[in-house]
Design a protein around this ligand. Sequence first.
Ligand SMILES: C[S@@+](CC[C@H](N)C(=O)[O-])C[C@H]1O[C@@H](n2cnc3c(N)ncnc32)[C@H](O)[C@@H]1O
Length: 366
Amino acid sequence: MPQLILTCDPDFNDLALDEFRRDSVYGVPVAELAPGVWLAECDDGFWGLAESWQAKPPIFVRHICPVDAVWPLTATQDDVSVLATLAESDFAAVLEAGLSYSVQTRVLDKTLPYRPFDLNIALSGTLTEATGAVVDVREPEQVLSVVCARLDEGALLRIAFHPSPTTNSGQQTGQLAFLGLSPTYLNLSDWAGGVRRFAREEGQISRAEFKLLEALEVFRIDLPPRGVALDLGAAPGGWTRVLRQKEQFVTAVDPAELDPRLADDNAVRHKGMTAEEYLADEPDEFDLIVNDMRMDARDSARLMVSYAGQLYRHGLALMTFKLPGTDRKRIIEHAFGILGQRYEVLGARQLFHNRSEITVALTGKR
Ligand SMILES: C[S@@+](CC[C@H](N)C(=O)[O-])C[C@H]1O[C@@H](n2cnc3c(N)ncnc32)[C@H](O)[C@@H]1O
């Protein structure tokens, strides 16, 4: 059966695998290669599943890539040149020479004596030489995904080895490389395993900033120049800082103090009160409402419904659903049900920077 690798937050394995089983044809997880990284197979294969996820993306599966070839590793430096040769023999003919590409390697078995970078360089070197295709690491149109991992015996029984004269195809255990080529957009994320890292900046206020940056990117949100934004649960002010960098005027609502570095910015108005209290203040209307409040996802959804009249018709909203503990599926469904009174859901994803939560993009119901 055709195989693929799917990646999620390991604390949400259950919900990610539910999505896989629900949306694939006879999907079966085969083995967990590393926490949250699953080798899986389904009748519709990577392409069928990926196409259906274009129409209705999953929330918890962060990244998928196909498995077109499996190769046993020797756990020596020789693997680098062997995989480079394999990349050329198996993928040069199918790589679209007119489109940019990138090799995205994950080395999940940390005992292997090479790093992702070593394989990325070696494999792209041979592929570009063979095809003339241009490497674009930031926005590749196609990706050769390489995952190096160790599998236990039980899991290995289901893997079809790449035929090779030098390989004992009966080999059943050990370290393996999984390779697959796909258009980047089908992988659900442009980044290997969905790991989207941002550089730490001087002046950064909180790690939560990465979460908002990632959400704006994933949901393709362009903020209007000199827009007005409402930040509910703003303290210590990371999201407010990001919104200021994007030239928004920000009303930051939180009973807690904002970072003093925001104090001198007269485009930031701090309302030192709860979101419930601010609503009673007859607030203005906004182009964007963001909500990262630490509260039950359903209560937070109810508050967003109360704030729906404060969003301009063209406006957008972004919120996190905090999902500690159990019963997460029911809580999510309930929160979506509440939001449905006043909002359309544009997207919902568990981002790389989300911890025990998901991020939801909304627009007001017409
Ligand atoms: C995770 S922090 C927000 C971090 C923020 N996004 C940042 O980037 O710095 C959650 C915040 O929600 C605030 N909060 C919780 N309940 C609230 C409410 N009812 N109204 C306003 N803020 C609330 C807390 O005071 C806390 O500062």
